[in-house]
Design a protein around this ligand. Structure first.
Ligand code: UDP
Length: 249
């Protein structure tokens, strides 16, 4: 799809976006699980962006419940632990669907692992059709394969549906820094980075598989802070927020 060139005329800069939320964005400040107030807030932000006519697809992680690698470290087989992680993304997807529906946003969950009693299977053409009809879609169960992450699922699905950008929402920081800003007060935030810089400097944007996919397909990523109200809208309108990762000019 063609990217609308400027957000300055009051129109959104993008017409189809993929928003990646980590599982932790849905968790209470302390501990794991789901914070229904946080879900309701996110739903309202998404509603605001959908009302601009922007087509929205979401990918949700599961760090608020299970990360496969943690259970592997405790002795489980990685593949089984990752399958548990993928199931946990379905829990988060259903919870966000519920919050969106309560906000009046028509939403469909499409799972990479078939669960027909709970949600639709992922079928690319159907996903695109939902978007064209103005429905928000949530991609659940990651890529459906162990040894991947939901960041990679976000890159893959963004490519498949022709999204113009990945908005990578962070619940803690307002962009990409040269060092951990939570521990080092002098850490510097980047406004702009190339994919290669992210990979070479090993910066915490998305995992390297996801970054490589975006690099190969020239899909820009904007990393921004979800906790600041209105930020999803700002990113969609083309305002300079957070850190933009893209090809060298
Ligand atoms: N996962 C997987 N394959 C995928 C996506 C996710 O196996 O394609 C599993 C993996 O165990 C991962 C967990 O699901 O740790 C949750 O995803 P992720 O760690 O990306 O969640 P986030 O950090 O974004 O909350």
């Amino acid at each position: 799809m063609a990217e609308v060139q400027s957000g300055l005329n009051g129109k959104p800069r993008f017409s189809r976006i993929l928003l990646k939320l980590s599982g932790e964005a849905l968790a209470p400040a302390q501990g794991s699980g789901l914070d229904l107030d946080a879900l309701a807030e996110i739903a309202l932000e998404i509603k605001e962006v959908a009302a601009l006519g922007v087509q929205l697809a979401l990918v949700i992680g599961a760090g608020n419940f299970i990360r496969g690698i943690d259970y592997e470290a405790r002795g489980m087989d990685r593949s089984t632990a990752d399958q548990m992680g993928m199931l946990a993304t379905v829990i988060n997807s259903l919870a966000l669907q519920n919050a969106l529906e309560h906000a009046g946003v028509v939403t469909r969950v499409l799972s990479a692992i078939e669960m027909q009693a709970l949600c639709e299977p992922y079928i690319r053409r159907r996903a695109v059709r939902h978007l064209e009809k103005g429905r928000v879609i949530i991609f659940a169960a990651g890529t459906g394969n162990p040894y991947f992450t939901t960041d990679t699922a976000a890159s893959l699905r963004a490519m498949e549906i022709g999204a113009e950008v990945i908005l990578k929402a962070s619940h803690a920081v307002d962009g990409v820094y040269d060092r951990d800003p939570m521990r080092e007060p002098g850490a510097k935030r980047f406004d702009r980075l190339t994919y290669i810089e992210v990979l070479q400097k090993n910066l915490k944007v998305m995992d390297s598989t996801a970054i490589s996919m975006c690099m190969d397909n020239r899909l820009p990523i904007i990393v921004f802070n979800l906790r600041k109200a209105g930020n999803i809208r700002r990113a969609v309108m083309g305002e300079q927020i957070g850190t933009r990762v893209e090809s060298a000019p």
